[in-house]
Design a protein around this ligand. Structure first.
Ligand SMILES: [Zn+2]
Length: 208
């Protein structure tokens, strides 16, 4: 158990049940525990460390993984209350730290999919996998161009989801290549999790 002293204790939530919920300290709404981002609390700066996999020990505090809720938790004192002291927190830095964790998680899932031969890398391989209807999720670099729309259209026709994350360079780096614009994840469970991570990254991004 990593979050033994979470807000759960005060709220009388039961532990381990599928219906386990937490309070988002940003919008003050109850949410399924796994749909909230946990920050582990430490007595010293930076005080809050994103813990999306709920692996860090000690006390924690939960919030929707969105820029709006994290900003509200900073401004309205939700984090300060959990920390039991008033400290200066930077919402943008917290969002960036959380976003980084989700990108890391997505990257490790993509690499795991590759190791299990459940990944199509690059336009040609993805097109072939789409043709064979084995792609579960299409992952596209934000700056991908070229055949992107063709592949997105093919995925949509198969009713497969499409996630946007990283850049051609950052995706390429995972495989020791200069650039990779598109990946096809052939494993449903891994694909679902990557979609979830990409959605969090988007929700944590600065609004332009
Ligand atoms: Zn919220």
């Amino acid at each position: 158990m990593t979050d033994q002293d979470d807000d759960r204790a005060a709220r009388g939530d039961t532990d381990g049940g599928v219906a386990s919920t937490r309070l988002c300290v940003g919008c003050r709404r109850d949410e399924a525990r796994d749909d909230l981002l946990r920050f582990a609390i430490s007595p010293d700066a930076p005080y809050l460390s994103p813990d999306p996999m709920r692996r860090l020990g000690g006390r924690g505090v939960s919030v929707h993984a969105t820029r709006a809720c994290i900003t509200a938790a900073v401004r309205k004192g939700g984090f300060a209350k959990a920390l039991r002291k008033s400290v200066s927190l930077d919402a943008s830095a917290l969002c960036a730290a959380a976003s980084f964790m989700y990108e890391q998680r997505a990257s490790s899932l993509v690499l795991a999919a590759s190791r299990r031969k459940k990944l199509a890398i690059g336009t040609d391989a993805v097109r072939e996998a789409l043709r064979a209807e084995v792609v579960e999720v299409l992952l596209v670099a934000a700056d991908a161009e070229g055949r992107r729309s063709e592949l997105e259209g093919a995925a949509a026709r198969l009713d497969r989801r499409c996630a946007v994350m990283g850049t051609k360079q950052s995706l390429g780096r995972l495989f020791g290549r200069d650039e990779v614009g598109v990946l096809g994840i052939l494993d449903r469970r891994m694909g679902d999790e990557v979609v979830r991570c990409a959605a969090h990254v988007a929700d944590l991004a600065e609004v332009e």
